[in-house]
Design a protein around this ligand. Sequence first.
Ligand code: ADP
Length: 636
Amino acid sequence: MEVMADALILVVEDNEDIREFIEESLLSPAGYQVHSVKHGIQAVEYLEQHDPDLVITDYHMPQLNGLELLQRIQQRTPGLPVIMMSSERSELLVVEAMRSGAADFLIKPFDQDTLMRAVQSVLEGEPSFPETQTRPSSESGRRVRELETLIRIGRTVTEVLDLDETLMRVVEAAVQLTDAEEGSLLLLDAEGGDLYMRASKNFDEDFVKTFRLRVRDSLAGQVIETGKPILLDEGSPQKIKTAYLVHSLIYVPLRARGKIIGVLGVDNRKAGRLLEQHDVAVMTALADYAAIAIDNAQLFQASEEERSKLETILAQTENGVIVVDEDNRVVMINSSAERIFGVRGDYEGLSAAEVFDHERLLEFLRFDQHGSYKDELELEDGRVFNVVRSPIRNIGQAVVLHDITHFKELDRIKSEFVTTVSHDLRSPLTAILGYIELIEQAGPLNEAQTGFVERVLMSVEQITALVTNLLDLGRIESGLDTSKEQADLAKLAHYALDGLRSTARTSKVELQVQIADALPAVYGDPVRLRQMISNLLDNAIKYTPEGGRVVLVTEAEDDQVILQVSDTGPGIPASDQPYLFDKFFRASNVPRDLAGTGLGLSIVKSIVEQHQGRIWVDSQIGEGTKFTVVLPAISG
Ligand code: ADP
């Protein structure tokens, strides 16, 4: 094709003879416009003013070498093709030039056809080296073959997981590219004292099986110890210690993560082609690939072992474990979870809904909020599970089920017992209170008697409070006594405050209120909600010393109503905070003589939970306490 015959070509070459030859004998007669410069800097200057169609540059030049020039051209005018020439027989340089975007690489000396063909095909935009199949010069033809093989092996390393196959290909490629008779890949055994043959080409099978080489006194061992390749090229047969006669030989080290793990070798026993330094470079590239493949395989094996260990643990744990991916497809169900839900089989690719028909469980698995979540799950047969759902990065989420049926049953029995006992205690208490009132009516009491009666009264009141609280708790926990309706939390907060104003006054604690006017309604039991607010306020007033302040805030946020009770009291030790809502728990900093049952906050928590809300505490010793309750608002 003549399309580009008048194309402008910039030739960069410091050798005058070659420059003239290229310009005057080759390119100009073929009709190309040519501009020649002596070195890279001149080329850069020329390119600032002109816009050639192609650059042919030498590699070895003073100041700016061909590779640096190529990189500058790639930055400034990325589309401008560059053909690189070099007498350097370095595999690395070829690879580097191609990586940097050279359109072709010619090895000097080349004949005129080679150059003209390269120029023509680059200008016509034909696929560039290394896909070009035929090369007229045998030297560059060999380079092409080498590069193609290296690229192919490189792909094998990343694509093929079968280590045997990859290593065999590496050894075959080594034999082929160096025209050697035999090839072998030797690896250090576990103790590191011996080398064995992991892959080979043209060796007798029995020989391979029995082959062992001591690192200490072998040539291959020397490569392991020094980390340097060995090239025997004298051409006269030599006896390798404890091995066999060779005519010429190359051993290069296999390096994985900085450690030498073996050697890659080729040799010629008969005269054959004499191996040379260039072959060492090719073998080194191949050895790198082999080392990567071995390393990958070892990593893969290690992760497989970890995986199977984990699988065994998961299979044997009594807890049910279900893992789903981000699209809610089942990743794993352990055998306990299979037993719990009565499922079995191949879940690969199925969605959670296709495997399980338990609506609540599906809800858990679907739950698309971030962070962990805990709750209880009851099955139709009465079994109860504690369910924890946790996100797993890059996978999806896991749900772990722990059978708590037994504890639930114990809890129920205990609650029933407490309720019965409290009930039975109530009547005698009422009787005692009645008789105390009668004592006063029966006749005047002296001072000491009045004092005793007052003490009895206080103690009875305390027991009554305890019994009432226990009964309340039993009722709230059973969830039976609630009658839910649209409730106005602002109004309930005002009622609760009114009930406690005189207590606050007596305790000399200031009450501050910030209740938002238009709070959305919540769906709940007004009596219980008021009890919850009262308990929190009551505690705040009770624990805050004289002169302190208690603040009640209610506000709406998104579709929630938030209620906060804060005080300037003594605070709660951090180590006590996790148990604060447990029954009968009182923090370690409560003065002994301060009355209380340790049930107020358990009641609060039960009420909040019965209303699908959340409660938490923020407190620091000496800096007061803040309880926050969040309840879902009725939408719309
Ligand atoms: P109690 O009858 O002891 O007040 P609660 O269940 O209401 O029982 O509270 C449990 C414990 O939590 C209390 O004993 C106290 O140690 C701590 N507590 C509750 N509210 C406050 C508060 N506002 N300031 C400091 N400590 C508090």
